[in-house]
Design a protein around this ligand. Structure first.
Ligand code: ADP
Length: 255
């Protein structure tokens, strides 16, 4: 198996030397190419801090983060912007779509910045739109879309660059359960058929049940891991049990 993400002794501390808080404390883990991994843990565990470091938005205090063989904590500004544009895609809770652009142009945007040939851009947008079931929305503006549709457009924009890794931070956070299930099915399909590695932070066991493996963190350290071996429903039960063990989160009736 090829390790696509390899995090070694990651520490993030805030404050002064005498009064230091370690938000992440010597965290190490790796993710193989093609995995769909969830990150869970109670509020304040350090999940967002971790995602920000992995997606090169912020730097660790100590430790290294290899993505596709490159230590991203050591890249220069120009290499970093290439890395962000070509190797990774983001899906956030609040979409970040541009209101003045149509669905098609929102999805095209990252490719236009890279000046890809027009035919290649058109083909890629078409494929992503088909995969996400949004071909019929291409000429609409964000304010003409439902919340679930917006999130699929945002997912399309992340996928169109054909990134090695997609980072998703609470991607179903503002979706109703039907739209959430739809988005997760698309993500699972992308993961399966295009071998795109996905790393997703979520607090929701139903969302997490689409992953193959969940890493639980608490107080900035690795707490436990749950690997899916049977059905999604069984995995969902395992995730809930682990959430109860770690504290924070109760049973829901998603199934
Ligand atoms: P989670 O996403 O798991 O809820 P976060 O990564 O957002 O957790 O935060 C983890 C801890 O780090 C929290 O206690 C938070 O208050 C603290 N923290 C986050 N950013 C900063 C910062 N810039 N300065 C000081 N403390 C911070």
């Amino acid at each position: 198996m090829v390790k696509i993400i390899d995090v070694k002794h990651l520490t993030k501390a805030y404050g002064t030397h005498l009064n230091q808080t370690k938000v992440l404390d010597n965290l190490s883990f790796s993710v193989d190419k093609g995995e769909f991994v969830g990150i869970m843990g109670p509020s304040g565990a350090g999940k967002t801090t971790l995602m920000n470091i992995l997606s090169s938005i912020s730097l660790p205090t100590m430790g290294s983060v290899y993505i596709g063989g490159q230590d991203i904590t050591r890249l220069k500004e120009k290499e970093l912007s290439d890395f962000r544009r070509k190797k990774i895609g983001f899906i956030f809770q609040d979409f970040n779509l541009l209101d003045t652009l149509t669905t098609k142009d929102n999805i095209l945007l990252p490719l236009a910045i890279d000046k890809l040939p027009i035919e290649e851009m058109e083909n890629r947008v078409k494929r992503v739109a088909e995969l996400l079931g949004i071909s019929y929305l291409m000429d609409r503006y964000p304010d003409e879309l439902s919340v679930g549709q917006k999130q699929r457009v945002a997912a399309g924009r992340a996928m169109v660059v054909q990134p090695e890794v997609i980072f998703a931070d609470e991607p179903t956070g503002s979706l109703d359960s039907k739209s959430a299930a739809e988005l997760l099915r698309y993500l699972a399909e992308l993961n399966l058929h295009q071998e795109t590695t996905i790393l997703m932070v979520t607090h929701d066991p139903f969302t997490a049940s689409y992953c193959n493996r969940i890493l639980f963190i608490k107080d900035g350290v690795f707490f436990a891991e749950v690997v899916r071996r049977g059905s999604r429903k069984e995995f969902f039960e395992q995730v809930i049990d682990m959430q109860a063990t770690i504290g924070g989160g109760g049973r829901t009736n998603a199934f």
